[in-house]
Design a protein. Sequence first.
Length: 94
Amino acid sequence: MTEHLPGQLEQMDDRREDAGQEEPWWRSPAGIVTLGFMAVAGYFLLTEHAAHIIPFLPWLLLAACPLMHVFMHHGNRGDHNHTGTPASRQEDKP
């Protein structure tokens, strides 16, 4: 294992900045703490409010069906041939 002197660490940081490689936010100390708090909050939300959420799961599934239809079919736009070209163009081709 190599040991780095304080000056060498600063040079390594400068090289990282020069290369345009910035650390992702979740790797920073504040990001790690934020992710930890979010994990704990998510756990308590699920465990403490499961009794309120479980009765609505069938309704959420039913609500997801039309939402998926709208967003996955892009509003349908009247094109049913699934080739990416309008139906009128395909009728003109022999």
